[in-house]
Design a protein around this ligand. Sequence first.
Ligand SMILES: [Zn+2]
Length: 381
Amino acid sequence: MNTTVNIDQERLIADFMTLVSIGSHSREEANVAAYIRGAVEELGYSVEEDHAGDIVGGNSGNLIIRVPGNPEWATVLLMAHMDTVAPGHGVRPIRQADRITSDGKTILGADDKVGVAGLLHLLTVLHSTGEEHPPLEVVFTVCEEVGLLGAKALNRSQLKASYGFVFDSGGSLGSIVTQGPAQAKMRAAVHGKAAHAGMAPEKGVSAIEVAGHAIANMRLGRIDDRTTANIGQIKGGFATNIVCDLVELFAEARSLDDDRLRAQQEHMTQMLKDTAKRYGVHADVEWTASYPAFALPADSFLRDIATDALQRMGLTPQFVHSGGGSDANVISSKGIPVLNVAVGYQQIHTLEEWIALDDLIGSARLMLEMIRAASNYERRS
Ligand SMILES: [Zn+2]
């Protein structure tokens, strides 16, 4: 068993600082993709770019890097996303004693450049140690932050992997996401009837009043331990002297359980339609599926590999379910079982985002130990 730790900490930190300073808002990943391409080609591996850029309307596709390994062993997929939320242009990373932050004017982009930096470092380490490992497919996706669009655009037939790991979850090292919710988005229009508010209010039906009643009777927030729902935006009305004839609502529902998600969607739709009907008007409600749920079976060997890897680092695995979606949802729906591994980034999507140096280094080490654990699994079976 290889127990050597080969992380070049200073190089990893320097690489991470460079990666975050290259802005890569969703659909603008080309510069960071070029940096990754340079680093990978230096190792002698080639980088394929797929057509996701055309599909999502961005300037880069997903990058796929195939690293040959023991051909008798199953191919392992390793993933992180290249894009960040805004404001992520002109990131100036600041290295403090125990952490890296932005200068407070932008996000840091540790989500998910901790994943990107770690995987690039993993390739460097495997290249230099020459140790035996499974064939790898490293995929860097675009547009994760705007609806997992890059992962959705990935063509399954381009991947040989039979299982994999996504490195894109917050929380402390050792936390492993094995379940993520499905999400659906709602767009609704509540139609009222306009009238002069002073002269003939009885001739009108206020869409605001109808929507208000419907929402007041709606179950929202945390529905149960597996389901949530939220109305995030409401628009309507023009002037105080007009009875409002149109209110638009934008909402979402999520659940780890497809049936419960459907039930919540039906409940919200029904509340709007029934209330409108009582007022003699109508509501149009439209739902679109954002992404499917994912759940790794309790007896999956991926848990054994993750447990083995974490134990090599003296960490205890904690298998958790997440309230958010990730590329793991999409990849598992394409038939590749995956785990989403916590890499320790903190306060993501805010100007206060940061990563502890120990977690940046620890997550790179964890990627290496995952591969070593996968190799051991193959040797045993
Ligand atoms: Zn992320």
